[in-house]
Design a protein around this ligand. Structure first.
Ligand SMILES: [Zn+2]
Length: 292
């Protein structure tokens, strides 16, 4: 399954308004058909009859009249299809890259049991969705190591105990090298490793992480975030239990995990502060590092 993209101003678009409700539905069915079959916007005439829209031929003519479809010899072409939808080659390249990454990751992590595969599959599904929902339909290139097996295996041999499990459990997979560096410096004992894994499990369902504010693994390690008092009483998404003191203090500041500078964290609509522990400047540097 994949997704199609429709401009959120579509309901006000003059072409769609002129086309009328039924023709618009035919237009949506057409987009879904093109996406499902990767036709790059081409819809054969006989396919339209199978959409189950009464008076399909009449509505198709209407779509041509308003300029949403173009008449071709064998059927129709969705006007400006690639402005919003990825092309067949983009989709195939993305799927191929996902498959390669999955394969490389499986080979490198075959010794980690449990649900590690599920975690990755889940991330891949998210990738697929994100790639389609970004403003630019061109998929973000994901570097695939040339010789993933050999390279990973040899570099993984001298990794500290427990790092592989930590990395498989930690949900944000950016900047692995820096995470490894922080992990090495920490030299966690088996007891501490267990505490860290348990903390990740709690943080995963916290409101902050659910909102997508997941620190880099290195930041999480260096900040010793498993000791967070707030994380113990985990604020579930459905029943947020937020520190009330902070909620009522408009001047509340927090010391940045990275640079230690006090900053005013962002707030929820009700005025309570968000679980963001990195100042905007360091957050931007983080993002910058990822873009490089
Ligand atoms: Zn900072």
């Amino acid at each position: 399954m994949s997704w199609i993209r429709i401009d959120d101003s579509a309901p006000e678009h003059p072409k769609l308004i002129r086309a009328g409700t039924s023709a618009c539905w035919l237009w949506v069915c057409g987009l879904a058909y093109c996406s499902r079959h990767l036709t790059d916007g081409i819809i054969p005439s006989e396919a339209i009859e199978r959409f189950g829209v009464a008076g399909a031929a009449k509505h198709a003519a209407q779509l041509v009249a308003v300029g949403l479809w173009e008449q071709t010899s064998g059927g129709y072409l969705v006007h400006d299809y690639h402005e919003y939808q990825p092309s067949r080659s983009q989709v195939e390249t993305r799927r191929e890259r996902s498959a390669q990454r999955l394969k490389a990751w499986r080979e490198a992590n075959s010794y980690i049991g449990g649900n590690a595969h599920e975690t990755l599959l889940h991330d891949d599904v998210k990738d697929e969705r994100n790639a389609v929902s970004t403003i630019n339909p061109v998929p973000v290139p994901v570097p695939v190591p040339k010789e993933p097996k050999k390279k990973n295996m040899s570099s993984r041999l001298d990794e500290p105990d427990g790092f592989a499990e930590f990395w498989a459990t930690y949900p944000r997979k950016d900047a692995r090298k820096d995470a490894l560096k922080a992990y090495r410096a920490l030299k966690p004992t088996p007891d501490l490793r267990a505490v860290m894994l348990a903390a990740i499990a709690r943080h995963r369902v916290s409101r902050q992480w659910q909102d997508g504010f997941i620190p880099l693994a290195a930041t999480w390690i260096r900040g010793e975030r498993w000791t967070d008092a707030g994380a113990a009483s985990l604020p579930a998404v459905s029943a947020p239990a937020r520190p009330m003191g902070e909620a009522h203090d408009a001047n509340f500041t927090r010391s940045c995990d990275v640079c230690r500078t006090p900053f005013a964290p962002p707030r929820y609509q009700d005025g309570s502060v968000r679980y963001v522990y990195t100042c905007p400047a360091c957050m931007e540097k983080d993002a910058e590092a990822l873009r490089r």
